[in-house]
Structures are given as structure tokens and as C-alpha cells.
Write a protein that binds this ligand. Structure first.
Ligand code: ADP
Ligand code: ZN
Ligand code: ZN
Length: 721
């Protein structure tokens, strides 16, 4: 019998399907099963994609050497998903399966040259305290942990205590601890408010595959997710809740666990491979009803999915970047279509393209209009930093903010100061009138490039000299923008010497421990002023924070992207939402040089609809999504000349292949060097009608180039939604 097998090859992104023969019978094999195959002079791992096929290769098929015995096999729908992903993203089947399969041996995928280990299934029992005493300090530690925390998995015990396995083994052998039965659901659901109740019912009025749940932070979206999830679980189906990594906070996890008990699984990037595998196995074995996970959670190996929830739908981390060749939201939609599972997007600030579809009626729109208990949104004070300047205050803290920090501290409340790090220091703006230099044809902010000492547009590649004076007001104060969180920390410590100040950003919170301890310290009010970047924006819910200061709201406006306004609106809304989460009303001070910008203005008023109405007009005027498709082709590699050459060839081949298509904005642009890798890119706009043709040409050119450059250059094709 012949089988089709995809084989792991040297470089990711371009792998193929080969036909092998086997003496095994149909019953010994299953789709997604991993097999050892001879490949040239090597032995490689492959994955079965089809069984009992014809050999159409024209060669005599080689025989497989055997199968893996650990029986990691995928639910049928994930096999189909892998296939669809390969088609959609032009990646080989092995590559898309590599995203889906659980990790092993510290690699993304099970493969060890020469030696094939049989992996033992992990111990899924929860151990609890039974009776007796520990005989040494390590054993006592284990007992204390179990007495205070309740039953835990063996791996959890070892993880938390950082001890060897032997004290645990001894305790089990002596019968002091032992496996205990899982206890069921704990905390009952909240009674829904009338607004929530209406939204809850609306969901069941039809069976739309896609639904957007649109409501401000604190309107009770999460509570609704949990209600729908509960319905699903009661029907015997499974639930996925996908959140952006940074929103996967202890609070969120506690909330779901409190509702669904030990039949919950949590997956985020800080898990070790063995923890990840353990969770994978639990899900595969049907021991999990609901997963709360970051983006790879969309590949959870659960059968009989009843509901997929994608929270914070607008979040940029769901989109392709570097190692991510797919868009989580698209994959969620594919999975939902394959299995007929309903998909709910939740957001306070939906992506403009998605809201457009919802308004058109392509997807179901459910709105939550009020906040729970009519808790007011924080009051936002807009501070025009240009006026500060004219009164002689050159500090990054306005007088208003300074005053309010003082008041907040004297009332024993907490302050969050937010500084956006993205996009700054390489854009030029006028301190006097707020003007930033934009590209005439693309309407996006131009970036300052040191090497050429000019401004450049990321989309069309055109450049302009650096202005000496502001083209609008003539001021000389037009220069690169840039303050770091460290500088803010120093300043704040000087101004408020009695306050406990802490900084939270990528530099200070690389480790899981620091993030969690920071979170605990904040909760226990061991910090008075927390300074941070994007990491602060999501999910964190501190009762005693009554003041949020946004130091430079403008910075996010100047990201070189057509979505800059949308992202600015979303970020400001989220950051403002950190204030006044408890009983005390919150305040926000928003400092800006652009008080008239519509994203900033509407964010202050908390009016998404107003923002949307203005943004969608801009999109139409400049032919951006959702009106036209925007596609970026990006090539990255270590040798600048080679990458440039390859990009030119790609461009030439593509324009050759798509002569009849209307391509817009086609100039090759150099991106800043990152980690000694050079990136060149160009962008295309396409009518939706032409897209299918364009996709075909793209696929052809992409595959040709992948083959030619043999993995030396990484090619990204990004389809904006
Ligand atoms: P969102 O996800 O929209 O931010 P949440 O579901 O987190 O909103 O709700 C905000 C707060 O209100 C949470 O503290 C939550 O526990 C509480 N809450 C939500 N729904 C109810 C309800 N029906 N009754 C009482 N409290 C609720
Ligand atoms: Zn100016
Ligand atoms: Zn341009």
C-alpha cells in the first residue's frame, strides 16, 4: 500500500509531500501519524497525510522504516486545518503541521536524528494530602504546598518548589499523599444584568458562524463568554478562549478556573515544553473542557468544539510577524468553518475592517451598551503640551499631571504612567504645533533614516529632506521625539521621593517571576507609581489605581502603518481603562501635541462609532483595507546585496506573471536592519476581484524563489485584512 507523507526538511517553509510504500495495514495507520522514512542518505520524520493512495510520482516508492509509538495523533479537523493553512499561506504541509503538533525534545517538533525515543505519556493524576507527616524539610515543603493549594499535578509540585522528584515519590510510596478525584465546578456564574441578558439571548437567535461582541471594557463581555462557554460544556462540547499573550493575566486565569475548576487548561508562551505537552495530552484525552490560551491555543487538540472566543480581536500580536506565518484570526475562522463551530470576536475597539463587515451584516453584531453597575468610565483630561511649552514648562510631565499625581498619592491611591515605546524616536514632530511630516501620496508618517539623513515613507519609498523649520508654524523645535521609561522613572523618583516607584517593560520583566511578583506587589499596594509600556495596557485590573497618565499620546499616531490611527485609538482606550476599576472613580491625564487629531479626540470621549466614521472615510479615500487588499512581500537575510537582488528578482517575476493586473505602490523599500538581518519589501494593492489571480501568481513566484534560495532568504507574504 502507498501512503503520502510530508517530510521535515532543512529549512522551514518549503517542504513537500512524497509517496512511500508500507507493509502495514490500514488499521495500523492513521492520518497525522508520525513515521520514520528514508530520505536521501538520511532518516527523517514524516507525517502521514493520506493513506492508500496511488503512486503517481513516476519513481519506485521507498518503504517507510516504521512508525512512532507515542501515538500523538491529531483530531481530523486539525489535519484539514493544516492543509488549508498550507494552501492559504503557501507553506509546506510539514511547516503548518509543525505549528499544530505539540513540542518535544526541546524542539518544535519530534525529531531526533538517528535515535527515536518513545515518549511516555505524562502522569495526569492530581496528588493531594492524605495523612501522616513528612520525614525531612523537602517532604514538609511538599505537604505544606498541598495543604495550602489543594491537589496538584506532580509536575506542578516540582515546578513550584524547585526540588527533585524523590521526596514526592517517597511521600507517594508511604501513602502520605496520593491521587485524588478531581472536584467539579466551583464558583457559580453571575446573574446577568438586563443588558447582558439581552446580548446573551441575541447570540442564540440564529446560528451565524461569526459574531462580534462589541462593548467597552467593563461592560461584562468576559462574563458573557463564560455563560456561553458553560452552555456549551453542558451540551458536552469544548470551548477555546484565545487572548493576546499580555492579556493572559493571573486574574483572567483565576476567573476561568474558579468557574470551571480543574477541567480548565491554560497555555501561554512561558510554559516549558513539558508543561505544554502535558496540557496537550490532557486536551487530547478529553480531560479538558475549556482552554484559555494565547495564540497557539487555536490549535488545541480538542474534538467536538462548540465555541471559539477570540478576545481583543484587534490585537496586533494576532497578525503575522517574523516567525508567525499566519494570522490567528484567519486561522480561527478556518477552524470554525471546518468544524461548524461558532466564533465570537470580542472587542471594545474592533479592527476597522471587521467592524465594517459587521455593519454590512456579513457577521453578526452584538453590542453591550452599558458598563456593569453603570460604573462610569474614567474622566479624561486632555492636556495640550504645546500650551505647556508656551508657559515655559519643558518637562515631560504637565503641571496638571504633576498636581494630580500628588493628590492621588496623598489619598493613598495608585498611579500608572504610560509611555508608548513603539514608533518613537524615528519620527519627526514639531513641539510647537504638533505637526508630523507625512507622505503626500500615502498619508502615513514618514520615518527618519539616519544613514541617508532623510525622511522616508515606508509604503511607497519616496523620501524628503529633513525640514529645518516646521512647514506649518515655522518653529525650529521640529526634531526626533524620544524619551525612555528609564528617564521617566528617574524624573518621577526625583519629583516624588516618598513614593515607591516601579518600572515595567521588556527590560525589567523578561522573567515570569518578575511579572507575577510585580503584579502581586501592585495588588498589595507595595507600589505607588507604576511606569510602563504596552505591557500595562491590557487585562491588568487593579482596584486602587485611580490615575493613569499617558505621557505622549501622539507616539502611536506615527507608526508607519495605515492602521496607525486605529491602533492609537485602541491603545489609548485600553490604557485609560486601567483607571478606576474599583469603587473609586478614575481619572486619566492624556498629554498630546495633537489635541485635534480625530483618534485622540474620539478616544478621549470614548466614542468608537465617531472614530470609525472618520477612519473609514480615510480608508476609502486612500484605497486601504477594507476597500482594497494590501499585500506586503518582504525578503529577509544576512547579506544585504543578496536580499536586495532577490527582492528585485521577485518583483520582476511577479510583475511579469501578473502583467494584466493593476498593481499600485510598487517600489522596493529597505526596512531598518534588525539583529543583523536585512529586509527589503514592496507592497501591492489589489481589487478583491483580481485577488484570486494575484494569489496564483504570488504562489508561483514564491515557490520558485523559495526553491532557488534554498532557505538562505526568508520570504514573507502578508495579506492585510
Ligand atoms: P469586560 O470583559 O467587558 O471588560 P467583565 O466581564 O470583565 O467585562 O466585567 C467587568 C466587571 O464586572 C468584572 O469585575 C466582573 O466580575 C463584573 N461583572 C460582570 N458581569 C457581572 C454581573 N452580571 N453581575 C455582577 N458583576 C458582573
Ligand atoms: Zn509646527
Ligand atoms: Zn508614501
Amino acid at each position: 500500500m502507498y501512503i503520502d507523507v510530508c517530510v521535515q526538511q532543512n529549512f522551514i517553509g518549503f517542504d513537500q509531500v512524497y509517496t512511500y510504500s508500507t507493509k502495514l495495514g490500514r488499521n495500523d495507520l492513521f492520518l497525522g501519524q508520525r513515521v520514520k522514512v528514508p530520505f536521501g542518505k538520511k532518516i527523517l520524520m514524516g507525517i502521514i497525510l493520506a493513506i492508500d493512495v496511488e503512486n503517481t510520482s513516476g519513481f519506485e516508492a521507498k518503504e517507510i522504516l516504521g512508525t512512532f509509538e507515542d501515538q500523538v495523533f491529531l483530531p481530523r479537523d486539525l489535519m484539514v486545518l493544516a492543509e488549508k493553512m498550507s494552501e492559504k499561506y503557501f507553506i509546506g504541509p510539514f511547516t503548518s503541521l509543525a505549528y499544530i503538533l505539540p513540542p518535544s525534545n526541546g524542539q518544535g517538533i519530534f525529531y531526533d536524528q538517528g535515535e527515536f525515543k518513545v515518549e511516555n505519556l505524562p502522569d495526569l493524576n492530581r496528588y493531594g494530602y492524605l495523612e501522616g507527616q513528612g520525614k525531612n524539610p523537602s517532604q514538609e515543603k511538599v505537604l505544606n504546598l498541598l495543604k495550602s493549594q489543594g491537589p496538584l499535578l506532580k509536575s506542578e509540585i516540582l515546578d513550584r518548589l524547585d526540588i527533585s522528584a524523590s521526596p514526592v515519590q517517597t511521600l507517594i510510596k508511604n501513602g502520605v499523599i496520593g491521587p485524588v478525584k478531581e472536584e467539579k465546578t466551583c464558583q457559580p456564574p453571575q446573574v446577568l444584568t438586563p443588558d447582558q441578558e439581552r446580548a446573551y439571548q441575541e447570540f442564540y437567535q440564529d446560528q451565524s458562524l461569526e459574531t462580534l461582541l462589541f462593548g467597552v471594557t467593563g461592560s461584562g463581555k468576559t462574563e458573557l463568554y463564560l455563560h456561553w462557554a458553560q452552555d456549551c460544556i453542558e451540551r458536552g462540547q469544548k470551548v477555546l478562549i484565545i487572548l493576546p499573550e499580555i492579556a493572559l493575566t493571573p486574574q483572567m486565569v483565576e476567573r476561568v478556573q474558579a468557574r470551571f475548576g480543574s477541567r480548565t487548561s491554560v497555555m501561554h508562551s512561558k510554559l516549558t515544553d513539558s508543561q505544554r505537552k502535558l496540557e496537550w495530552t490532557r486536551m487530547r484525552n478529553g480531560q479538558v473542557d475549556i482552554l484559555v490560551g494565547a495564540r497557539s491555543g487555536i490549535f488545541a487538540p480538542m474534538e467536538n468544539l462548540g465555541l471559539i472566543i477570540l478576545d481583543e480581536e484587534q490585537e496586533a500580536s494576532y497578525q503575522y510577524h517574523q516567525s508567525l506565518r499566519y494570522d490567528v484570526r484567519e486561522v480561527a475562522k478556518m477552524r470554525s468553518e471546518i468544524t461548524g463551530t461558532r466564533l465570537v470576536y470580542g472587542s471594545a475597539t474592533p479592527e476597522v475592517s471587521l467592524f465594517y463587515r459587521a455593519k454590512k451584516g456579513d457577521i453578526k453584531l452584538i453590542q453591550l451598551k452599558n458598563r456593569i453597575m453603570d460604573r462610569p468610565l474614567a474622566r479624561v483630561h486632555l492636556v495640550d503640551m504645546r500650551e505647556e511649552l508656551s508657559t515655559g514648562n519643558l518637562s515631560i510631565l504637565s503641571n496638571v499631571l504633576h498636581q494630580k499625581i500628588q493628590n492621588t498619592l496623598s489619598r493613598g491611591k495608585q498611579v500608572i504612567l504610560f509611555l508608548n515605546r513603539r514608533g518613537y524616536s524615528n519620527f519627526i514632530s514639531c513641539r510647537h504645533c504638533g505637526t508630523a511630516i507625512r507622505c503626500d501620496s500615502c498619508d502615513i508618517s514618514m520615518n527618519y533614516h539616519k544613514t541617508i539623513h532623510r525622511l522616508r515613507c515606508h509604503y511607497c519609498g519616496s523620501t524628503k529632506p529633513l525640514p529645518k523649520t516646521c512647514p506649518v508654524c515655522g518653529s525650529k523645535l521640529i526634531k526626533p521625539f524620544g524619551v525612555g521609561t528609564q528617564q521617566v522613572e528617574e524624573l518621577v523618583k526625583n519629583l516624588f521621593p516618598q513614593a515607591k516607584v516601579h518600572r515595567m517593560d521588556r527590560d525589567t520583566t523578561n522573567k515570569k517571576e518578575t511579572y507575577f511578583s510585580l503584579y502581586e506587589d501592585m495588588k498589595n499596594r507595595k507600589i505607588d507609581i507604576l511606569i510602563g509600556t504596552q505591557m500595562l495596557a491590557k487585562g491588568l485590573d487593579f482596584e486602587h489605581v485611580t490615575l493613569v497618565g499617558i505621557l505622549a499620546a501622539d507616539t502611536s499616531l506615527f507608526i508607519s502603518d495605515y492602521k496607525a490611527q486605529e491602533q492609537c485609538y485602541s491603545l489609548l482606550t485600553q490604557v485609560s481603562g486601567r483607571s478606576g476599576r474599583g469603587k473609586d472613580p478614575g481619572e486619566v491625564v492624556l498629554q498630546t501635541y495633537n489635541p485635534d487629531n480625530y483618534a485622540i479626540k474620539t478616544a478621549c470621549q470614548g466614542d468608537y462609532q465617531d472614530f470609525y466614521d472618520m477612519e473609514i472615510k480615510q480608508r476609502q479615500a486612500y484605497d486601504y483595507p477594507p476597500f482594497k487588499k494590501l499585500i506586503s512581500i518582504q525578503l529577509t537575510g544576512p547579506d544585504k546585496e543578496e536580499v536586495y537582488e532577490a527582492t528585485r528578482n521577485f518583483y520582476r517575476d511577479l510583475t511579469g506573471a501578473t502583467r494584466t493586473l493593476h498593481l499600485v505602490g510598487t517600489k522596493i523599500i529597505e526596512n531598518p536592519k534588525i539583529k543583523n538581518k536585512y529586509t527589503f519589501k514592496f507592497q501591492l494593492k489589489s481589487n478583491k476581484a483580481d485577488l484570486a489571480l494575484l494569489r496564483d501568481s504570488l504562489e508561483w513566484v514564491f515557490k520558485k524563489h523559495m526553491k532557488e534560495n534554498k532557505g538562505k532568504i526568508y520570504i514573507d507574504i502578508i495579506f492585510e485584512r
